[in-house]
Design a protein around this ligand. Structure first.
Ligand code: HXC
Ligand code: NAP
Length: 292
């Protein structure tokens, strides 16, 4: 078995009907593909219905699964309610949500207009809130149990990060919501968890976070202890596990999948890995000599 391979047994998501926001591209598409392979019914949403339809056609052909594309801007609560209405008409029940849709770009914060800052907060934080609130109300009223929310955040939700301040602010809010609702809604059989990915190549992220030659200048793999970026199937494996009943006792958790990246940035002496072996011999002697 290799880490690039599917992990769960066939039929692991047979009873699940899952909404994946931003499911037409990138990581949302990869998670959707694997959910379908495992037997889930999946509703994919984003603003661009042509893109969603193309993805739905492609994935239903590859997996033979039930996939339903619905246009929805997650910033608009009425559109979110409409997704739920159409999904219930189509599948009769929804019991999973992946808040994956996001907006992001790099910029010095002082260059941002108030509207630019709002745009990111509205997609990431308000969008996740809109989906979670609307589905939570439905789950509680209709006693849909178990139900699961999975929020895709990132490691700077807790470290913060320069040059993506609206995204960091919003993801921190989503993480707080994850942990808060994990406790409050557990009594209804609703679990809330999050995944914090490190760099996983997608067009959406790379075009906005590493435009032009930044890809070469700031090769993300170089600051990852495992010296590679993530493979989509690895993230899909983790997401499928967290959406499945195999993870029934995991609630309020954020699981980092970043090859050790954020800890590498945080540890006081981690940079010492640049010191060659011969120099360690010399340093060891210097330290020991001081003791004498
Ligand atoms: C400064 C910018 C800007 C930029 C847009 N704006 N891009 N300001 N620098 N590079 C400003 C605009 O001028 C405008 O403000 C405001 O932001 C809204 O822009 P619009 O283009 O009107 O918004 P909209 O059409 O809603 O598009 C949203 C978007 C866009 C976020 C700007 O990039 C988008 O659609 N993104 C969706 C996909 C995405 O971002 N994927 C990457 C996720 S990666 P004014 O004041 O002029 O009106 C990710 C990874 C995290 O999250 C972790 C990695 C390790
Ligand atoms: P992506 O392909 O750009 O995904 C973002 C998706 O969100 C798109 O499908 C986009 O579709 C949708 N979206 C944006 N604004 C929306 C809105 N207002 N309403 C509804 N949908 C909207 O990028 P990605 O890399 O796969 O990112 C997916 C998730 O992973 C995000 O939460 C991101 O923060 C997280 N993440 C990614 C990485 C990485 O390295 N790739 C690392 C850490 C975290 P439309 O444009 O059609 O609306």
């Amino acid at each position: 078995m290799k880490y690039q391979e599917p992990m769960l047994c066939p039929g692991s998501l047979q009873e699940k009907t899952i909404i994946v926001t931003g499911g037409g591209s990138g990581l949302g598409k990869s998670m959707t593909k694997y959910f379908l392979e495992l037997g889930a019914k999946v509703i994919i949403t984003s603003r661009n219905i042509e893109k969603l339809q193309t993805t739905a056609d492609e994935l239903s052909k590859i997996t033979g699964g039930d996939i339903f594309p619905v246009a929805c801007d997650v910033r608009d609560y009425e559109q979110v309610q409409n997704v739920i209405k159409l999904s219930l008409e189509k599948f009769g029940k929804i019991n999973g949500l992946v808040n994956n849709a996001a907006g992001n770009f790099i910029s010095p914060t002082e260059r941002l207009s108030a509207h630019a800052f709002d745009t990111i907060i509205d997609i990431v934080l308000k969008g996740s809130k809109n989906m979670t609130l609307a589905l939570g109300k439905y789950w509680i009223k209709e006693k849909i149990n178990p139900a699961t929310v999975l929020n895709i955040v990132t490691t700077y939700a807790w470290t913060g990060s320069a040059y993506v301040v609206p995204s960091a602010t919003a993801k921190a809010g989503v993480l707080a919501m994850t942990r808060s609702l994990a406790v409050e809604w557990a009594k209804y059989g609703i679990r809330s968890n999050a995944i914090a990915p490190g760099p996983f190549p997608t067009k959406g992220a790379w075009d906005r976070l590493l435009p032009g030659n930044l890809k070469e200048k700031f090769d993300p793999a170089k600051k990852i202890p495992l010296k590679r970026v993530g493979v989509h199937q690895e993230l899909a494996n983790l997401a499928a596990y967290l959406m499945s009943d195999f993870s029934a006792y995991i609630n309020g958790e954020v699981i980092t999948i970043d090859g050790g990246e954020w800890l590498y940035g945080a540890g006081e002496f981690n940079q010492l890995e640049k010191i060659p072996q011969e120099m360690w011999d010399m340093l060891e002697q210097m330290i020991k000599n001081r003791k004498k």
